[in-house]
Ligand binder design. Structure first.
Ligand code: 1PR
Length: 527
């Protein structure tokens, strides 16, 4: 029996699913007494340090936790659950941590994109039970803006490089903590968790010890989901956002089955977009929630869900906030939510007044769940102009002139799945969303979507240069070479595709084999 400490923020469902898939039962601690009585305790921290400690204090969990940790029984802290062990964090100066390990938590002050999102390696410093069966070269999934700085080096179990070298896991006796998420790290993460659960394993060093670790470029599979005319929830795919063929919605498969297949083929992340979310309310009839719940039982890489994340008033006059919608998604297994149409409207207001209200979906969700949990899905369309002065937008000189020989273009934001163009450009949108607290940009391109003609490199460079948060390049992938192109010609941290994966034209493992040794990637691990 594993006791899990859930203080009510973020996705603990994934950790429960990962542990249960290893044959263990999980009980959620509902009181300080249950923490004291635990035999093995797992603490998956999510969100922000200050609010986590505040909730732990309010619930009366701090003393029971300290007593448990002093008792020598096994403890596994994940991400914030590990950071909590230290004395304080730059994320919340006035708040004390548990102080079980000496040292503090610092914010990344680096030139690379923050949050540090994605698959990075570990450089093992000392033997541990958790390395049984690992080669030492595996990559694990990280998502954080803060890192621990232990005052006592002997607790550092692994380090990881991301411009600086930081402690990515710690162990002191039976207390183990990882900055990365084993529950989201595919087969390697499952192995690591299994090692913790099996108390009888010996402390070992993995056979290979890396001297330097590198963040991988991520390959993301995207599933556009909607109901077809028969009312079945299907994965569909548009050509420049038109998902109908001879009048009917294209049906490329079932969402849960396809997600499972992509996980097995080595997808580093899976994104579901409820593409009719702008007109359906996701909490009314909840097929996407069911899809998430089922997927997260078997798929141990990060899951993002988008579509319909906004405030909503139902037919009975009950209002739901975007935060409530997001909360339901996180509880069901999502690690990130993606906001499309609403982000455009939020930014239009923000740019009009120059004032942050603190109440927009971007601000509210990032405050509670952390910036890394908020992705902005941008649906831009190219608009050609003759001169940069013609419009009041971010204009670029293009190598692909318009139909009348126009040498410049800007990228117009759209809402409602490309149905409505707005007077806002994609660069301004991305920049403003970062200011409001978004953690990542999913950059689609309507002109390229479904064309198999390659990513829009000009758009990706324009947006990537305007923000410091990670950018996911999307739309247009038609071959493995296109992934190579986007990683060589832009600074995008990841690339997403849909059509070529759904139609099995170029499976994910083939893309990875092609990129291997040319681009830093996580090698596909077959489950
Ligand atoms: O506006 O917050 O409700 O979110 C709706 C979401 O649904 C947005 O993220 C929007 O991008 C998406 N969406 C809406 N309509 C469509 C459509 O296709 N008719 N899909 C749609 C967007 C774009 C990509 C696609 C890539 C890669 N899909 O995510 O997967 O272009 O495709 P490819 O590799 O086949 O070229 P809200």
């Amino acid at each position: 029996m594993i006791t899990l400490l859930d203080y009510g923020a973020g996705n603990v469902r994934s950790v429960i699913n990962a542990i249960e898939s290893l044959g263990e039962t999980v009980r959620i601690a509902a009181s300080g007494e249950e923490i004291r009585a635990a035999e093995r305790l797992v603490f998956p921290g999510v969100g922000a340090f200050g609010s986590m400690m505040q909730i732990l204090n309010q619930k009366g969990y701090v003393e029971p936790l300290r007593e448990y940790l002093a008792g020598g029984r096994p403890f596994f802290g994940i991400c914030l659950g590990m950071q909590a062990l230290f004395e304080a964090s730059e994320e919340a100066f006035a708040t004390k941590g548990l102080g079980v390990l000496p040292g503090t938590v610092k914010r990344f002050d680096i030139d690379l994109a923050v949050p540090h999102i994605g698959w990075n390696g570990i450089n093992v410093q000392k033997p541990s039970v958790i390395f049984n069966g690992l080669a030492g070269t595996e990559k694990f999934y990280f998502v954080h803006s803060y890192y621990i700085a232990p005052a006592d080096d002997t607790v550092t179990l692994t380090t990881t490089d991301y411009e600086i070298e930081f402690a990515s896991s710690v162990q002191k006796d039976n207390i183990i903590g990882t900055q990365f998420h084993p529950e989201k790290s595919g087969r390697a993460g499952q192995q690591l968790l299994a090692n913790f659960l099996d108390a009888d394993r010996n402390k070992v060093m993995p056979p290979e010890i890396l001297t330097e670790t590198k963040l991988a470029k991520r390959i993301i599979a995207c599933l556009d989901v909607r109901s077809n005319d028969q009312g079945d929830l299907v994965v569909t795919k548009g050509d420049q956002y038109d998902v109908r063929e001879e009048g009917a919605v294209r049906n490329l498969g079932k969402p849960v089955e396809l997600a499972r297949r992509y996980y097995e083929e080595g997808a580093d992340e899976i994104t579901f977009l409820n593409i009719t979310g702008f007109r359906d309310f996701p909490l009314e009839d909840m097929p996407m929630i069911a899809v998430l719940k089922q997927t997260s039982q078997k798929v141990f890489v990060p899951l993002t869900i988008g579509g319909g994340i906004r405030d909503y008033t139902d037919a009975n006059g009950r209002t739901y906030t975007s935060l409530e919608v997001a909360a339901e998604y996180f509880r069901s297994g999502a690690d990130k939510v993606s906001i499309g149409s609403d982000a455009v409207l939020i930014v239009e207001d923000y740019l009009k007044t120059g004032q942050k209200t603190g109440k927009s979906a971007i601000e509210e969700i990032s405050r509670v769940y952390g910036n890394q949990a908020v992705v902005i899905s941008v649906d831009p369309r190219r608009v050609h102009v003759n001169t940069p002065e013609e419009v009041d937008h971010h204009v670029i000189e293009t190598a692909f002139p318009g139909p009348n020989g126009e040498m410049f273009c800007w990228y117009q934001c759209t809402i409602k799945g490309g149905r409505e163009g707005r007077n806002l450009d994609a660069v301004a949108l991305a920049r403003a969303c970062e200011e409001l607290g978004a953690g990542e940009i999913l950059l689609n391109c309507i002109d390229k979507d479904g064309t198999n003609s390659g990513f829009d490199i000009e758009l990706i460079n324009a947006v990537k240069q305007a923000v410091t948060i990670p950018v996911i390049a999307s739309s247009g992938a038609g071959s493995a070479q296109h992934f190579m192109e986007v990683f060589n010609q832009t600074e995008a941290e990841s690339a997403l595709a849909a059509g070529i994966f759904h139609r099995r034209e170029v499976p994910i493992d083939q893309v990875k084999r092609y990129l291997d040794a040319k681009v830093e990637i996580r090698k596909a691990d077959r489950t």
